[in-house]
Design a protein around this ligand. Structure first.
Ligand code: FES
Length: 120
């Protein structure tokens, strides 16, 4: 059986230039009462939870490594920005969100009917 995820899309900016990234290519942004982390690297945008799944490190204060993992500033665990996989092998999982750049602006998708939507 094919499972298709449904997303509720939230506009976060008119365009990429409107998003104020730090020198590390990361920033946090408020979307529908949640703070999330947005990453800009190699002309693409990705998004994930702001807090590290290990012990709550603020991921927008970390950095993006050469393999395009986000690296947590607290204990340096690494997570793929594409799928949230814990590429340094500690067994955690980072929630990521789809990002779409449309003519009308930049949109972040939150899964509908997902328990995560109640968490911050
Ligand atoms: S809090 Fe992020 S690696 Fe420990």
């Amino acid at each position: 059986m094919k499972h298709t995820k449904k997303y509720k899309w939230h506009k976060v900016a008119e365009n990429i230039g409107e998003i104020n990234f730090s020198d590390n290519g990361l920033t946090e942004i408020k979307v529908a009462d949640k703070i999330i982390c947005i990453a800009f690297r190699n002309n693409s945008l990705t998004a994930c939870t702001q807090k590290c799944p290990h012990a709550g490190g603020i991921l927008s204060d970390g950095f993006i490594d050469a393999a395009e993992n986000i690296v947590c500033p607290l204990h340096r665990y690494k997570f793929s920005l594409q799928n949230g996989r814990n590429t340094s092998g500690e067994g955690y999982f980072l929630k990521t969100f789809p990002v779409e750049i449309r003519n009308e602006g930049v949109f972040i998708g939150f899964e509908e009917n997902n328990l995560f939507n109640w968490l911050k």
